[in-house]
Design a protein around this ligand. Structure first.
Ligand code: THU
Length: 146
């Protein structure tokens, strides 16, 4: 299969703003059970940024991650073409990595867009959704049966 071009990179000032937004979003985290705040900032093709935080629940399985909060906010407002997402946590020595459920929800909206996984000092690693979730199942697959 032909290799797709990598997702286009963001201008440095644009990326910087996204990273700051992910850290701001983390401040709203509601995580009384895990005490593990996470923030996400999702950039749309139109240039809008949607922030999300993790929101836990006394009924533990109902908690939702920061990334999915941001994606659900954007989609529910009519935005579903995404340029990038940045994720922030309080882990000083590790880059925050999205859970499997969030990877699948990201994948719903394309495979070739970048996920910036950060540390509190603003350093990051970046991988595309395709790299984070190879051999994935997506909306196109539903069209492949007779
Ligand atoms: N969490 C996120 O919000 N995003 C991630 O990428 C990893 C984990 C949340 C879920 C839960 O509220 C807490 O972090 C601990 O797992």
């Amino acid at each position: 299969m032909a290799q797709k071009r990598p997702a286009c990179t963001l201008k440095p000032e644009c990326l910087q703003q996204l990273l700051v937004c992910s850290q701001e979003a983390k401040k709203s985290a509601y995580c009384p059970y895990s005490h593990f705040p996470v923030g996400a900032a999702l950039l749309t093709q139109e240039g809008r940024i949607f922030k999300g935080c993790n929101i836990e629940n006394a009924c533990y399985p109902l908690g939702i991650c920061a990334e999915r909060t941001a994606i659900q906010k954007a989609v529910s407002e009519g935005y579903k073409d995404f340029r990038a997402i940045a994720i922030a946590s309080d882990m000083q020595d590790d880059f925050i990595s999205p859970c499997g459920a969030c990877r699948q929800v990201m994948r719903e909206f394309g495979t070739n867009w970048p996920v910036y996984m950060t540390k509190p000092d603003g350093t990051y690693i970046v991988m595309t959704v395709q790299e984070l979730l190879p051999s994935s199942f997506g909306p196109e697959d539903l069209q492949k049966t007779q």
